[in-house]
Design a binder for this molecule. Structure first.
Ligand code: ZN
Length: 115
């Protein structure tokens, strides 16, 4: 019964993104905007331009540390993270969508409507 027109979705998304760009929260869809390893032990890195889902975020040294659902970071103990506390600097990501209104399909331009 209710169809969401793309222009409306785009404007809603535009408002949301521009008004709350600085914060990332669990469940957000983020884009990697910096994939340069800054530490030699950063073996696993998100791809620049890649879209990821934030699994969790917590305060870290000088910012925030982000965990992604799609990737397991390398661990300060060696190998893939087994301690559960490793992550990537939140500054490496920009939030492009916070799932709240079911508009993610419109943002990604891959709308699949039920027949
Ligand atoms: Zn770890």
């Amino acid at each position: 019964m209710l169809k969401i027109a793309s222009p409306l979705a785009a404007s809603l998304l535009g408002q949301e993104v521009s008004s709350t760009l600085s914060e990332i929260a669990a469940g957000d869809i983020v884009e990697c905007v910096d994939d340069r390893p800054s530490r030699p032990d950063s073996l696993v890195m998100p791809r620049w331009g890649g879209l990821y889902t934030v699994a969790s975020i917590r305060p870290a040294d000088d910012g925030f540390s982000v965990r992604l659902r799609e990737l397991t970071p390398s661990c300060h103990l060696g190998g893939l993270c087994g301690c559960g506390h490793c992550g990537w600097d939140a500054a490496r990501f920009r939030r492009i969508y916070r799932p709240s209104g079911g508009l993610i399909a419109a943002l990604q331009g891959k709308v699949c409507e039920p027949a």
